[in-house]
Design a protein around this ligand. Structure first.
Ligand code: KG4
Ligand code: ZN
Length: 333
C-alpha cells in the first residue's frame, strides 16, 4: 500500500511516499530556517506563505523522484495538528484536494504520533509495551505505548518544552537560532561538569512531569553573576545541556522500570541531541533496556513519519472525511 505523506505543521514543508508503513521511497524536506533565523524563531505568517509556495512543486518532485504517478497512490496522510494553525491548514487543504481528485482515503495524523512512528520507519517495528520520550520544540512527554494507537501520557512539561529551553538559552548566550544544534555543537568544546545547574523534579520518584523554566532562570542569574561574566560560553552551554539531559534520561529510565518495559524510544527534534543519545544508551545498557533512536533526519519534522503513522491508522479503519480540520492543540490521547 502506497501512502503519500504531507507535513506542514511548523517550518518544514515535507512530502513523502512510503510503502506499507516501512519502505521510504522518497522523503523530501524543505527547511525554512533561512527565512526565520533573523527573527530568532518561527514567524507563522512567513511559514504559511512558504508552505503555500513549496507544496505543489514538492508533490510533483516526490512523484518524479520515486518514479510514481498519481494513480499509484492508495491513500494520503497529513498532519492535522498540533502545530501552527495556518501552516497545518495548508497541508490539510492539499491532502483534501488530492483525496477528492483521486478518490482515495484521507487520513488525518497527529504530528506527535508521527514522531513516534519515525521509529517504525527506522527499524520496521515498534516494541510493545515501550516508553517513548518525545522531545521537540513544542512538547516534552513521557508516553507508555501499549499497542498501535494506545497511549498513556505518564508525564509532560509543566512549562517550557525541552527544545524551547534549548532555543531560549541559546538566545541568552547569543548563539543564534535554532538553539538546540548550536548548544549541542558548542558543548563539545566545554566542560559539562564545571557549572552545575539545577535538575528540577529529577528525584521526584513517582512523578514523570518535567520543568525547565527554573533551569532557564538559573542560567539568567548565572550570566549576571561575577563568575558568569567571566565563564566560557562553551562551559555554560555544556552545563545547561547536561542538566536537561540528566533529567530526561533519569525519568525515562525510571518510567521503563516502573512499567516493566525493556524498550525506550526517542522521538522529536531534541532526540537529535548527541549528549541525550549517548547518555540514554549508556544508562540503559546497565539496566538491560534497549534504546531505539531514529536517524537524525527522521527525528526532524518529516512527512515519511506521517505516512507511516497514517498507514497504521488506515489499518485500524481510522479514516478522515473532508471535514478534517487543522487543530493547533491536538492531543495524543
Ligand atoms: O520536532 P522538531 O523538529 O519540531 C517540532 O515539532 O517542534 O523539534 C525542533 C526542536 C527545536 O527546539 C530545536 O532547537 C531542537 O528541536 N533541536 C535540538 C537539536 N536539534 C534540534 N535540541 C537539542 N540538540 C539538538 N542537536
Ligand atoms: Zn515535530
Amino acid at each position: 500500500m502506497l501512502i503519500l505523506g504531507i507535513e506542514t505543521s511548523c517550518d518544514e514543508t515535507s512530502v513523502a511516499l512510503v510503502e506499507d508503513g516501512k519502505k521510504m521511497l522518497v522523503n523530501l524536506i524543505r527547511s525554512q530556517l533561512d527565512i526565520h533565523r533573523d527573527f530568532g524563531g518561527v514567524v507563522p505568517e512567513l511559514a504559511c506563505r512558504k508552505h503555500l509556495e513549496l507544496i505543489n512543486p514538492l508533490l510533483l518532485e516526490a512523484l518524479e523522484v520515486a518514479k510514481k504517478s498519481w494513480k499509484d497512490i492508495d491513500a494520503v496522510a497529513v498532519t492535522s495538528g498540533p502545530g501552527l494553525v495556518g501552516a497545518v491548514l495548508i497541508g490539510v487543504a492539499a491532502a483534501k484536494a488530492i483525496s477528492l481528485a483521486l478518490d482515495i482515503p484521507l487520513i488525518g495524523v497527529n504530528h506527535l504520533e508521527g514522531h513516534i512512528y519515525a521509529n517504525h520507519l527506522e527499524e520496521g517495528f515498534i516494541p510493545f509495551p515501550s516508553i517513548a520520550l518525545l522531545v521537540s520544540g513544542g512538547h516534552t512527554s513521557l508516553i507508555l505505548i501499549k499497542d498501535h494507537g494506545k497511549y498513556e501520557i505518564l508525564g509532560e512539561t509543566r512549562d517550557d518544552a525541552a527544545g524551547e529551553a534549548f532555543d531560549k538559552v541559546a538566545r541568552m548566550l547569543h548563539l543564534g537560532y535554532p538553539g538546540g544544534p548550536l548548544i549541542d555543537k558548542l558543548s563539545k568544546e566545554g566542560d559539562p561538569e564545571k557549572i552545575h545547574f539545577p535538575r528540577a523534579m529529577m528525584n521526584r520518584k513517582d512523578n514523570f512531569d518535567f520543568s525547565f523554566s527554573g533551569l532557564k532562570t538559573s542560567v539568567v542569574y548565572y550570566l549576571k553573576s561575577d563568575e558568569g561574566k567571566n565563564a566560557k560560553t562553551a562551559d555554560i552551554a555544556g552545563g545547561f545541556q547536561e542538566a536537561v539531559v540528566d533529567v530526561l534520561v533519569a525519568k525515562t529510565i525510571r518510567a521503563a522500570k516502573k512499567y516493566k518495559t525493556t524498550d525506550i524510544l526517542l522521538a522529536g527534534g531534541v532526540a537529535r541531541n548527541s549528549k541525550l543519545r549517548e547518555k540514554m544508551l549508556q544508562k540503559a545498557r546497565g539496566q538491560k533496556i534497549n534504546v531505539h533512536i531514529p536517524s537524525l533526519l527522521l527525528c526532524t519534522d518529516n512527512a515519511a513519519m506521517i505516512a507511516t503513522a497514517g498507514y497504521f491508522l488506515y489499518k485500524r479503519g481510522m479514516i478522515s472525511d473532508l471535514s478534517l480540520d487543522a487543530v493547533p492543540n491536538l492531543s495524543l490521547v
